[in-house]
Write a protein of this length. Structure first.
Length: 138
């Protein structure tokens, strides 16, 4: 349970501690970290992110990244999140298994064509479900 406190100096201290913790989290003891950022042009309208993993028959996107973190954002920048790449991969594997168990059509969920001239294959994941899967993957 969050304690309520109407003391500005206390709130500032808590906020600064959070900022320091977040900064440490991103660095993980490294001097530099890498982030791959993907902007989805229509996610803000559809409520889904498209996350590519193949293009023109070859691994690409999430399958090929070496980034420590993966940033997903809507092109209107109203929603964005940064997640450890390993957590995102684990979350998407779990989501794929759920799609298979529910017998959802792969071509509309986890094996969706997209990208330039539909030459890519990726996962079309509802943002809310993606967030839930990431939280469970952590």
């Amino acid at each position: 349970m969050i304690e309520r406190n109407h003391n500005w100096e206390y709130d500032l201290k808590v906020g600064q501690e959070g900022e320091n913790d977040y900064s440490k989290l991103l660095r993980e003891g490294k001097q530099f970290y890498t982030v791959e950022c993907k902007s989805d042009r229509i996610a803000h309208r559809t409520g889904n992110f498209y996350i590519e993993y193949k293009s023109r028959g070859n691994d690409s996107g999430l399958s090929k990244t070496r980034a420590d973190y993966y940033a997903l954002m809507t092109v209107d920048t109203n929603f964005h999140m940064v997640v450890k790449t390993d957590h995102l991969k684990k979350a998407l594997r779990s989501w794929q298994m759920k799609c298979i168990e529910k017998k959802l059509p792969p071509e509309k969920t986890w094996r969706k064509k997209g990208g330039d001239d539909n030459t890519s294959i990726g996962m079309l994941v509802p943002i809310k479900e993606l967030v839930d899967e990431i939280l469970q993957a952590m």
